[in-house]
Design a protein around this ligand. Structure first.
Ligand code: BT5
Length: 312
């Protein structure tokens, strides 16, 4: 956002300010203040002009400037009403050199899951991809994916939904006590780098927020169906702030993931490139790999699709 507009919002965050006072503080004309206020109203900042001056009364719109306003994490937000895939756009931004940019969309027409699976992303969801350039070695990258799942689950829990995590990074809502679930969100991480260095990492998160679960694939649910609509702006802010906390304190990711997971203690089937594995999920390692107790002994799996079979 333009620096002057950012300064105006900062001034208004403490209460009403008159046009002349704003003009003086910013070193611009009153007409310029008026134009900036108008531009802010156009992007969804609700600003009244009363006897005490301009007053910011509400921020309800969902877009780049409104998500950036009040965000306590160092991200720039690029918002689109509709895109093919936010991950594709974020990858482009990454190759252009961007860092700490979030590509956000109301709707995706070509959303992707892992392994080029389709991801349904109708208007009303939270479809976001974070571009980062972390100073970590590639084997630590899965921690960023887990951190995103935990940050998403925590933000959903604040909305009153019992969000849990299915290994490795699906955010789900339990349907009973037997390990059953419906999927609320998924994470898709893509990266570029060499064996010892990550050039960039794009973490995409798709969350069924204010959408009807009936329009989604079988087995999916939404925040709307579970608890009613949420303020997506606040939701994305909480998600980005929590993600930012985790990336600066990676050691806390796995312990917090453990607390929220639904997978430990389940009998699971893992579908992975090397074949299928069935066993009891007994632990997760410091790098987020799943430890299975199988008929042939303990096996550690770092990637794959996980299905809960029944409680151990
Ligand atoms: C994932 O893949 O769970 C990762 C999804 C990541 C989506 C985000 S949205 C923002 C960013 N931009 C993108 O283009 N992608 C990311 P996976 O574990 O492979 O799960 C995919 C499977 O979930 C599909 O095969 C469907 O069965 C199911 N599915 C598709 N859309 C869904 C939805 N909206 N909710 C729940 N399940 C869905």
């Amino acid at each position: 956002m333009n620096e002057t507009r950012r300064s105006i919002l900062e001034s208004l965050s403490d209460g009403p300010v008159s046009g002349p006072d704003l003009a003086d503080a910013l070193g611009v004309s009153r007409a310029a203040v008026w134009k900036h206020i108008d531009a802010l109203r156009d992007v969804g900042f609700e600003i009244d002009s009363g006897p005490d001056g301009y007053e910011l009364t509400a921020v309800t719109a969902y877009n780049g400037p409104t998500v950036e306003y009040g965000l306590e994490a160092p991200f720039t937000v690029e918002y689109h009403d509709s895109v093919g895939s936010t991950n594709d756009l974020a990858r482009t931004r990454a190759t252009e050199g961007a860092a700490d940019v979030v590509v956000l969309a109301d709707e995706q027409t070509g959303g992707r899951g892992r392994l080029e699976r389709e991801w349904e992303a109708p208007s009303g969801g939270v479809w976001a991809s974070i571009v980062t350039r972390p100073a970590i070695a590639p084997p630590q990258a899965p921690l960023y994916t887990l951190a995103t799942a935990v940050a998403t689950a925590r933000a959903v829990r604040e909305a009153g939904v019992d969000a849990r995590i299915k290994w490795p990074n699906d955010v789900v809502v339990p349907t009973g006590d037997d390990g059953g679930y419906r999927k609320l969100a998924g994470v898709l991480t893509e990266m570029e780098g060499e064996t010892d260095r990550i050039e960039w990492l794009v973490v995409g998160v798709g969350l069924n927020a204010n959408v009807d679960a009936a329009t989604l694939p079988a087995g999916a649910t939404s925040i709307r169906d579970e608890a009613g609509d949420v303020d997506r702006r606040r939701f994305v802010q909480r998600l980005l702030e929590t993600f930012d906390d985790y990336r600066t304190d990676l050691e806390t990711v796995v312990p917090d993931w453990r607390e929220l997971t639904l997978t430990l203690g389940q009998r699971v089937r893992i579908d992975r490139p090397g074949g299928e594995l069935v066993g009891d999920a007994v632990d997760v390692t410091d790098s987020g790999a799943l430890v299975l107790e199988t008929d042939d002994g303990r096996v550690t799996v770092s990637a794959g699709d996980c299905e809960h079979l029944r409680p151990v």
